[in-house]
Design a protein around this ligand. Sequence first.
Ligand code: GLN
Ligand code: ZN
Length: 773
Amino acid sequence: MQTHLLGYPRIGSNRELKKACEQYWSGKTSLQELLETGKTIRNHNWKLQQEAGIDLIPSNDFSFYDQVLDMTLTVGAIPERYQDVISKESNTELDLYFAMARGYQQNDLDITAMEMTKWFDTNYHYIVPEFQKDQQFKLFSNKIINGFIEAKEAGINTKPVIIGLVTYLLLGKEKENGFDKLDLAQNLLPVYIEILKELENHGASYIQFDEPFLALDLNQKAKEVYQFIYGEIRKQFPNLKFIAATYFDGLKDNLSLAAALPVDVLHIDLVRCPEQLDEVLNTIPETLSLSLGIVDGRNIWKNDFGQSQAFIKQALNALGSERVFIAPSCSLLHSPIDLDLEKNEKTLSPEIKKWMAFAKQKVYEIVSLKKLASGNTDYPSLQQAAENKKAIDNRKVSELIHNQSVKDRAAVTTEEDAKRNSPFSVRKETQQEVLQLPLFPTTTIGSFPQTKEVRSWRAKFKKGELTAEQYDDLLKKETERTIRWQEEIGIDVLVHGEFERNDMVEYFGEQLSGFAFTQNGWVQSYGSRCVKPPVIYGDVHRPHPMTVYWSEYAQSLTKKWVKGMLTGPVTILQWSFVRDDQPRSLTCRQIALAIRDEVNDIEKAGIRIIQIDEPAIREGLPLRKAEWQDYLEWAVEAFRISASGVEDATQIHTHMCYSEFNDIIQNIAAMDADVITIECSRSQMELLNAFADFKYPNEIGPGVYDIHSPRVPSKEEMVELLKKAQAVIPAQQLWVNPDCGLKTRHWDETEKALIAMVEASRELAKSYTIEKV
Ligand code: GLN
Ligand code: ZN
């Protein structure tokens, strides 16, 4: 039996890589310093695994930005537009690399970055490879080989981790018509062969190919390419040992394909899909070993040793110890690094901490599991097993987690609770009577600029340098200023600005019970950007109102309507580490009920328009289409539970960003929000087509202003966009708003853009009335 990891986090225990990259980008440090930081992190990670006793330690899991971009550079798939960056002599390989990741604005050049998108269903984003019809590949960067040599010099014969050829192609995007990216496999193969030759020459014995697509829906052609490519690779390298790593879902209908690939080890994700083990054991040929992904690489809970031992035993019985590997379910890239660094007992109590394991702790879990399973126990592994059992048992009954009344309430929630009193057509009239909004009403998505000052108040308040009263006063002034300014420029539905919020999930998590927070639980999101998701450990409920104070205050300042502003249950779930002892759908329902209480309380406080943001609803879609319906049902229901406790006259808004809605538009409609605002301007309203084709029944605010850029759009541009929208959406249904919250913008841009936006709405209204006459 052997232990291995699919990958270890590379940001450094204190986000050293983030800091080093950002300093290098800003010109404050030299390339040498950045390279040093990378080297230190790699060596630290290798040593850590070596000391823990991991048998096969990965290399090439390190990256300065993204592992997919690394592969793009390795195989020389460099888009044409970077030619000038390459030809400039002073530019290094890393400069080119960062130019591809972040764009390049220097030396009179202005080259856009490559596109970025989500890595399967994680919150990690990768840089999308760009392919041309006649795409050429060549070995361009030696990163994989250099990494292997570097580790060898440190005394470790690593297992290089390489994105599998088929997965690499499937991750990319055809940049012109008339070909299928899979057609490039033939062309790309020689580069892979070259890399493998080099690695073999330098003494590599195991190679890991990441092929997560084997756990996704595949068409016939992809299956054939898999067979062909691995057949060719095997022919050339009879002696290398290949691991095909699958994760994030089960092999399911691809099992026979995967089992027949001429590789040596197949890695399966038993956290996401434990039920596949029986079938896999029955299917794989004698030539194939099995790597059991048993420690959750995507979450922060201690492994349940009892359960894992059962899996290992089953595999050992079926295959014998020679053919069994144990590992985390996927790369630990998606785990925070070190639980030992968590010292704040107020936000993470010692009892909860005992239930958790970060990347470093997971490494030790893997090692202990092997020792326990092979009967090779020593004191540390026995001690860990005892602690593990205690923690797992304690978690099952802890009063911190289990709250009977919350469970009871979730259990008796019925379809009725997920339904507004009347259908939209009736609500619309009642709402119009009360709200008296003009045609093409203007609004914003919620947040206004979080200036340095605003953030400094929060920091000072947290450090105790400002009293609660002083902090409150400052926020009130900022809120009032924002309300006055919106009145002045003539926005129809105002917002309070969200100055009191650090983050749209954390702010609610901090006030709900069942949530804990880490100090240092960072996970890479993209490039140097990291996120620190809250931990949902227990039954969720709302001990006290969360936003009523600010909404009520803002409404008291003005005769215009102020929109209440909440984060929806699916988004809170999606952007947190969630408990693994009950279905996600149940946790989501508990959050929904807590948000419902808040919605009802804001209504009671006199707020008539309430927005429940669900930017993450689309990204929660399961990887396999067969599972979409189930997810969509409970996710939409959760939203409706949160929104349906109000009267007909209360208008519910929702907001979503970066979404392609075409395939789920019916479900979006089923959310039955009175108004939905969506990101649209970057696609020039293309996204609206889905709503138009479907005849979306409720009201829509397609974003007319891209808030992700400091650029100020002109009134004319926005009128143009609105006309495009009006061509497909009836005027009575159309709202005017930016794409998303304005939190990251500066006030001066915001002011100019919103003034122009209001004018655009008025102009549209004018031409509409004239046309009608
Ligand atoms: N109301 C939030 C804001 O304006 C919405 C943010 C989002 O969609 N990501 O900041
Ligand atoms: Zn948004």
